[in-house]
Write a protein that binds this ligand. Structure first.
Ligand SMILES: O=P(O)(O)OC[C@@]1(O)O[C@H](CO)[C@@H](O)[C@@H]1O
Length: 407
């Protein structure tokens, strides 16, 4: 399939990986090589593993995209996701979304994540996730739950929603880029510690009123998580709120079936975050205890669908995942990558209505996202013009965020 940035009809062009000077190109040609170097030192990998990482580095910087090995357990899946049509070309000739996703699959292959043996299932990003989970910032954010619990309910709800939203800045892959800088303590509403709040920053689209309306009588909510550790902790606190005070009947938490995009959360990360909450004492421990019971009684279910690591937009989701979302009163999607997949990772005019860009989703859908890549939709035209007037940096700085709802 010769990939072009134009995709028939009147939909905006797909973000490609090779635009000179583009964010996408910098991710493929700078962030990913830097990540390979970091992963190389993450664990005491063997010379064979380090050799495979070196070969991957050479391939992504100067070679052509190689297919998965014939014996790869998921080769057929990747063929169904377009692998054969996308090998044999430079990595920068691919759609940005496809190239990134395939890169992370190849990175896991290089360290033997899927191969039977001692390294099977060893997360190459675990050291950085664990360090973040054990950070003093995480301590402070969990202690803050004691204060939040004493707020009037409306203030409490908003504080937990914004903490989950800004928790999305704690993204280790993003931290690799000089644009993003190290993940600050970015939780909480603007004006709180670390949350951006300058001109052209902060919440640039806020449909949280509609979100609370939909949550008000939600029987079942699908919550599609993004990053582990300091994003997952406030996500879990928000889920606890939905199950207790907001009386949502059940929550299905979608995580990744394997490590992905450096920080993306897996089941192991959910368990680590629950342990961390329960060890923290105070309201955090009570929250962790309630969530543990919710998992035991089934009101909180955790799922890990293969499509969650697919290089494709949600419009291509398989029927079983579609049915899962369709059975929900609302689907909440966290983070930048989920947003990009929801709107097709296209060069939309930022003033394009969010629902138009989404095109259709099996349930009402809400996106909680800090803006870390070029795809943006649903902004007020005046806001969009003001942001654009300041240059393109706002699209990838992570200092703007949106809460948007379709359906
Ligand atoms: O989904 P997340 O964790 O919020 O962000 C994913 C991300 O870090 O990865 C991509 C670049 O590598 C961008 O889409 C974005 O910056």
């Amino acid at each position: 399939m010769a990939e072009t940035s134009l995709d028939g009809g009147d939909r905006a062009p797909v973000v490609m990986g090779g635009e000179p000077g583009s964010y996408a190109r910098s991710v493929l040609t700078e962030r990913h090589p830097a990540l390979i170097s970091r992963v190389r030192d993450a664990h005491p990998y063997t010379p064979a593993q380090r050799g495979r990482l070196d070969l991957l580095l050479e391939e992504i910087t100067s070679g052509k995209v190689q297919p998965l090995r014939p014996e790869a357990h998921d080769r057929a899946v990747w063929e169904s996701w377009g692998m054969d049509e996308r090998t044999g070309v430079p990595w920068t000739a691919l759609p940005f979304l496809w190239a990134e996703s395939y890169f992370y699959r190849r990175l896991l292959g290089a360290v033997g994540y899927f191969a039977p043996g001692p390294w099977q299932g060893v997360d190459p990003f675990e050291p950085s996730k664990t360090s973040e989970l054990r950070s003093s910032d995480a301590d402070e954010e969990m202690q803050a739950l004691d204060t939040v619990a004493l707020l009037p309910s409306e203030e409490r709800d908003r504080a937990l929603l914004l903490s989950a939203l800004w928790g999305n800045r704690a993204d280790l892959g993003f931290a690799l880029s000089e644009r993003g800088g190290a993940p600050e303590s970015a939780h909480g509403a603007p004006g709180q510690r670390g949350a951006p709040g300058g001109a052209g920053e902060g919440l640039v689209a806020d449909e949280s009123g509609r979100l609370w309306e939909l949550l008000g009588d939600a029987e079942r909510v699908c919550f599609v998580a993004d990053n582990a550790a300091r994003e997952l902790l406030p996500d879990l606190a928000l889920i606890d709120l939905l199950l207790t005070s907001r009386r949502v009947g059940s929550v299905v938490l979608h995580v990744k079936p394997h490590p992905y995009f450096v920080s993306d959360a897996t089941m192991a990360d959910v368990l680590a975050a629950l342990r961390r909450l329960r060890e923290a004492g105070g309201e955090a421990a009570a929250c962790g205890g309630r969530l543990r019971e919710a998992m035991r009684d089934g009101s909180l279910a955790v799922r890990a669908h293969p499509f969650s690591c697919a290089p494709l937009p949600y419009s291509a989701m398989p029927e079983d995942l579609e049915a899962d979302f369709a059975a929900s009163s609302l689907t909440v999607l966290k983070g930048d990558l989920n947003y990009r997949r929801l709107v097709g990772d296209r060069w939309w005019d930022p003033a394009t209505p969010f629902a138009e860009a989404v095109g259709g989703f099996p349930s009402p859908v809400a996106a909680l996202r800090t803006v870390k890549s070029d795809t943006v939709t649903g902004l007020d035209p005046v806001v969009a013009a003001e942001l654009e007037a300041g240059g393109i940096g706002w699209r990838t700085s992570g200092r703007c965020a949106v809460v948007q709802v379709a359906g």
